[in-house]
Design a binder for this molecule. Sequence first.
Ligand SMILES: [Zn+2]
Length: 135
Amino acid sequence: MTATPPLPRLTPESDFYWTGGAAGELRILRCRDCRHYAHPPTPLCRSCGSDDLAPEAVSGRGTVWTFTISYQQLLPSLATPYVVGIVELDEQSDLHVTTRLVDVDPDDVAVGMPVEVRFERHDEVYLPLFAPVAQ
Ligand SMILES: [Zn+2]
């Protein structure tokens, strides 16, 4: 049985990120003028200032940029230890998503480790989590 972790509140500004997993897609906001990705979602492109941004599917691959292992049971629904990581997506060097790293022994997580997205479904929300790329 999977307990329910804290879930995001879906808003028009970010629901594409939390529901893209229904189509098996990790979706990130992208500027239609300069093609720069923007995450977390923002109304204006941080690169060129355009307001013409739209979600686009990305590869779902990246590398661990940094991480922290939580040993403290702060939430009854998350078994400890668990790993909170920041993943740099392959598409852009400053494109970071905060996530949980799963299907890996916390002691084996390393900065620079290649990871790929997988989705954990909770009704209409598909949490984008990351696991090591299969060797
Ligand atoms: Zn732009």
